[in-house]
Write a protein that binds this ligand. Structure first.
Ligand code: ZN
Length: 84
């Protein structure tokens, strides 16, 4: 009987861990999530400054920055933003 109870507790704990894991995955992909890792410029492969100065409204609202080395605009996940 004790073993069954233990199994249930372990199972519930695993489920909670999985939910937390998915929660953080979802947050990373959403626009409002924050990216604690340093962004590497996709063009010149240099790390961008950690403290960013937004250069336009989109950067101020959603994060991202402009590479000081080559001028490539990247979002907060380090993906290049094509200028249209
Ligand atoms: Zn660059």
């Amino acid at each position: 009987m004790n073993n069954v109870l233990l199994l249930i507790i372990v199972f519930v704990l695993c489920m909670i861990l999985v939910f937390i894991f998915y929660y953080f995955l979802f947050r990373k992909k959403s626009k409002l999530g924050i990216n604690p890792k340093r962004i590497i410029c996709p063009n010149c492969k240099k790390p961008l400054p950690f403290v960013r100065v937004p250069k336009n409204m989109r950067q101020a609202l959603w994060g991202g920055s402009t590479c000081p080395h080559c001028g490539t605009e990247v979002d907060k996940l380090g993906r290049e933003i094509k200028k249209s």
